[in-house]
Design a protein around this ligand. Structure first.
Ligand code: DGY
Length: 329
């Protein structure tokens, strides 16, 4: 087959063997290095010709980049979140944007429970203390933490991942409260949960976990005032996007014990500099945005992104479209 007759697609970052198989005989691929900030100059040179862009959440797909790619037919983001893409600019240009909901629900909900439990039971501190010789004896008051059974879990955003967390939390015997922009009686019944306003949830939850997308409305949703309204023994868990929490306010909250602890899979910025004050706090557990980091999940995300990309190249409706309004024009 004459490869050059196939549509050109930029893949911003290299992926493991096999993950892009669906694209192999349908496109001519130009692929960036595994880890790079933005597009390499070599990939940028292909922008005028490219018809498809396969992006990771670390690539800023902004108006400037889009204006250099006049032949682009589709942006396919290998993530459920798409705050790295200027959606308005894509929609104005008639460009559908693909994303990958569904396939990372279990992986992210599992990781949420993992860091929630780790922070509640002070696993990192205890493990470091054991390794560094501070485990002198079995002490009745050593490394005491929080029980999950009967704890009130406040879920902010009851979408697929929020629901996945609720399902798991029920198994631990937690009481569930949630907020969502839509009334969700079915989920309230399913999880024996109460849907409450955010302010009520923050005041009354032992653990608050965040599962909303990053938008203008959710930017710094958890700010100083809201952190102060939480229980002083509360744990805050964030596996959504770092910018949903005001980082400076979180540092104050943890330093001044407005809340007891935080467990973060996402930060602002990413990566968080190693000298950031949050790293100096023993009541803050930080992992490097690994919510979806299982082989199975990441491969499925790549496949879903390939499916979106192929549909876009053929000018068909994307199976998972982040800006369906693009089809109304
Ligand atoms: C996403 O897909 O938006 C996640 O943050 C990746 O783990």
């Amino acid at each position: 087959m004459n490869k050059s007759a196939l549509p050109l697609v930029i893949v911003s970052h290299a992926l493991p063997d096999g993950w892009l198989d669906l694209l192999q005989d349908k496109c001519q691929l130009v692929i960036g290095p595994e880890e790079s900030e933005g597009l390499t100059p070599e990939l940028e040179n292909w922008l005028p010709e490219t018809q498809g862009l396969f992006s990771l959440l670390t690539l800023k797909v902004d108006d400037k980049l889009l204006s250099r790619a006049p032949n682009l037919k589709v942006v396919s983001n290998m993530a459920v979140g798409f705050d790295n893409v200027d959606i308005n600019s894509c929609t104005k240009r008639g460009l559908p944007v693909g994303h990958t909901p569904g396939v990372l629900t279990d992986g992210t909900a599992d990781l949420t429970m993992a860091i929630m439990l780790a922070a509640a039971r002070r696993i990192t501190e205890a493990s470091q203390d054991a390794r560094q010789g501070r485990w002198k004896t079995w002490s009745p008051t050593g490394w005491l933490g929080m029980d999950f059974r009967d704890a009130t879990l406040g879920i902010v955003g009851m979408g697929q991942i929020g629901s996945g967390v609720a399902e798991r939390a029920l198994g631990f015997g937690m009481k569930i409260r949630f907020t969502d922009s839509n009334l969700k009686h079915d989920l309230a019944d399913r999880f024996k949960a109460k849907q409450v306003p955010l302010e009520t949830l923050l005041k009354s939850s032992d653990i608050v976990t965040l599962h909303v997308p990053l938008t203008a409305e959710t930017h710094h949703l958890i700010n100083e005032e809201r952190l102060k309204s939480m229980k002083s023994n509360a744990l805050l868990v964030n596996t959504s996007r770092g910018l949903i929490v005001d980082n400076n306010a979180l540092v104050s909250a943890l330093e001044n014990k407005w809340i007891a602890a935080a467990a973060l899979d996402v930060t602002d910025p990413e990566p968080l500099p190693t000298d950031h004050p949050l790293f100096g706090l023993s009541n803050c557990l930080i992992v490097p945005h690994i919510g979806s980091a299982t082989w199975n999940t990441r491969r499925k995300m790549a496949e879903r992104a390939c499916e979106n990309l192929i549909a876009g190249l053929h000018e068909q409706r994307l199976p998972y479209c982040a800006n369906p309004e693009v089809y109304n024009a």
